[in-house]
Design a protein. Structure first.
Length: 199
């Protein structure tokens, strides 16, 4: 295979891109990851040293199966690298009993048997003294929530992707991409690459 032809080209090797490069490479695909900055860098949405992860997703319970798989994948990466990425701290939600957040957390927890504790306002004041909690609020404590260290996770995924055979190139920005016949053409500031059209 010519050096500029790949099965898959991933544009942006951040939190999603680095994981994509790893999982595709370890399944045997020829993968190119293109990142216009360093890996990691400070221009991405993942920056900030920590990102919350939780299972009782109040936005919609349809997210919960994805989150359960995410927990499994973080554990896989920790086992693979011997590095800790997930820190189980627990997470507390405050709100009125009929608020969207409280109702949403309860709904997800009931549907997917997620371990949570219900606290009255008085119990929450005793358990979480740093917070001033209105009298008409309740609290829910989610045991398995915590945070991920995103920069470290991205760096580890990049390293494991390379071990699995992925070609990761930094400081290479994409100028254009387009479909030509049955091929995807990607033009960067340094080169032109080609990938299969899977659609």
């Amino acid at each position: 295979m010519p050096s500029n032809n790949y099965d898959v080209i991933v544009i942006g090797v951040g939190s999603m891109g680095s994981a994509t490069c790893y999982w595709l490479a370890q399944r045997g695909y020829e993968v190119l990851g293109l990142e216009q900055f360093d890996i990691p860098h400070e221009q991405g949405s993942y920056t900030g040293q920590s990102r919350i992860i939780r299972k009782a997703y109040f936005e919609h319970p349809d997210y919960v199966p994805l989150l359960k798989r995410a927990y499994e994948n973080w554990e896989h990466l920790e086992t693979l690298t011997g590095e800790q990425l997930f820190f189980r701290t627990g997470l507390v939600y405050f709100g009125k009993p009929d608020s969207a957040i409280i109702r949403g957390v309860n709904n997800s927890a009931i549907l997917y048997q997620i371990k949570i504790d219900h606290l009255t306002q008085q119990q929450a004041v005793l358990k979480f003294p740093p917070f001033t909690i209105p009298e008409n609020f309740v609290a829910i404590y989610e045991h398995d929530a915590g945070f991920i260290t995103p920069e470290k996770a991205i760096l580890l995924y990049k390293q494991e992707a390379i071990k699995a055979g992925a070609d990761i190139r930094t400081k290479e920005s994409v100028r254009e991409w387009k479909k030509e016949n049955n091929t995807i053409k990607v033009v960067t500031n340094n080169n032109t690459y080609y990938s299969n059209d899977w659609l």
